[in-house]
Design a protein around this ligand. Structure first.
Ligand code: NAD
Ligand code: UDP
Length: 323
């Protein structure tokens, strides 16, 4: 069925997830306005989209009000890796909280739908496992991860308050660890770190004993989930978990990456950062039932394409600095 073209704003659109989302929306014939202050990204992330007449790139910080026209708003602007969001924690909280208010105000004025990219970090170091949406979480309000966790929790609060009080058409998804091509190679996240270390033959840095778990979702699956959520009826507001329920230890991830790259890298132990969640696995029953969504890309396949991406990047000699 042909899709009616919409005017769609993607904040954080030049980043890892945002650039893939812009690509999908353009391929469907929509007009896309990518709004980004390039805090953890650059124009390069969306350079390949600049030739589309329906694509616009606006350098803008979401902590400032935005006045544009749109039918739908995807609010993805926020640094996502612990190294990035701890670099300027005050700005991280402002981005989540003030950024949410600004996008909700915009949606209210336009009667547009607005989707919030929330996170599994709202569950903190979870005691309930796997995590269901009804679990309220276990979050330290004053630790090094708090700017991100509490900022995202407050953004969720704002979304639901604007929904109840102002009748704004909201959508909230809680994204679990996602990986794939166009991740920042130096952002310190585990998948990018391990692949870069393996390809360079450097030691692979296991934080703690490596027995902590995460569940890794490939980017194309995740973007499909975001899109399905936006297209769902207005009565579907969330929060809904989006992630791959295939749980693995950080040590097993390292061993898989060593196997896939044929690297001679050795595993070395490094101290576990404070408040590092011990376990994380999404319960995606709701996403299956409400959105008809579940991930389809296996870890082996997803990692292979991510490794190929980083390999090409290394060969080009154009590995960007951290921030
Ligand atoms: P990313 O760092 O690659 O992208 C974030 C983008 O937001 C960047 O382009 C950055 O420049 C931009 N940005 C940051 N602050 C901004 C501001 N004040 N104004 C305008 N733009 C700003 O991260 P990502 O992995 O693409 O994450 C995108 C969103 O998804 C984030 O909101 C993140 O919290 C959420 N999320 C991601 C994951 C994941 O595993 N990738 C997991 C959970 C949640
Ligand atoms: N981690 C690791 N070595 C690294 C980077 C991360 O062992 O070089 C661990 C980290 O301590 C955490 C897990 O991998 O337990 C996932 O870390 P990441 O920063 O990717 O995401 P998050 O902790 O936000 O889920």
């Amino acid at each position: 069925m042909p899709v009616t073209p919409q005017r769609i704003v993607v904040t954080g659109g030049a980043g890892f997830l945002g650039s893939h989302l812009c690509e999908l929306l353009l391929s469907q014939g929509h007009e896309v306005l990518c709004v980004d202050n390039f805090f953890t990204s650059s124009r390069r992330g969306v350079e390949h989209l600049l030739d589309y007449k329906r694509f616009e790139l606006l350098r803008h910080d979401v902590t400032m009000p935005l006045n544009v026209e749109a039918d739908e708003i995807y609010n993805l602007a926020c640094p996502a890796s612990p190294v990035h969001y701890q670099h300027d924690p005050v700005q991280t909280t402002k981005t989540s909280v003030i950024g949410a208010i600004n996008m909700l105000e915009l949606a209210k004025r336009l009667r547009a739908k607005v989707l919030q990219a929330s996170t599994s970090e709202v569950y903190g170091d979870p005691i309930v496992h796997p995590q269901t949406e009804s679990y309220w979480g276990n979050v330290n309000p004053i630790g090094p991860r708090s700017c991100y966790d509490e900022g995202k929790r407050c953004a969720e609060t704002l979304f639901f308050d604007y929904y109840h009080q102002e009748k704004v058409r909201i959508k909230v998804v809680r994204i679990f660890n996602t990986y794939g091509p166009r991740m920042h190679p130096n952002d310190g996240r585990v998948v990018s770190n391990f692949i870069m270390q393996a390809l360079r033959g450097d030691d692979i840095t296991l934080f703690g004993d490596g027995e902590q778990t995460r569940s890794f979702c490939y980017v194309s699956d995740l973007i499909d989930g975001l899109h399905r959520m936006m297209k769902s009826p207005d009565s579907v507001v969330g929060p809904i978990n989006l992630g791959n329920p295939e749980e693995c230890t950080v040590r097993a991830l390292a061993e898989t990456i060593i196997g896939l790259t044929g690297s001679r890298s050795k595993l070395v132990r490094r101290p576990l950062p404070p408040d590092d969640p011990r376990q994380r696995q999404p319960d995606i029953t709701k996403a299956r039932e409400v959105l008809g969504w579940e991930p389809s890309v296996s870890m082996q396949l997803g990692l292979a394409s991510t490794i190929a991406y980083f390999d090409t990047l290394l060969a080009s000699g154009e590995v960007p600095e951290l921030i």
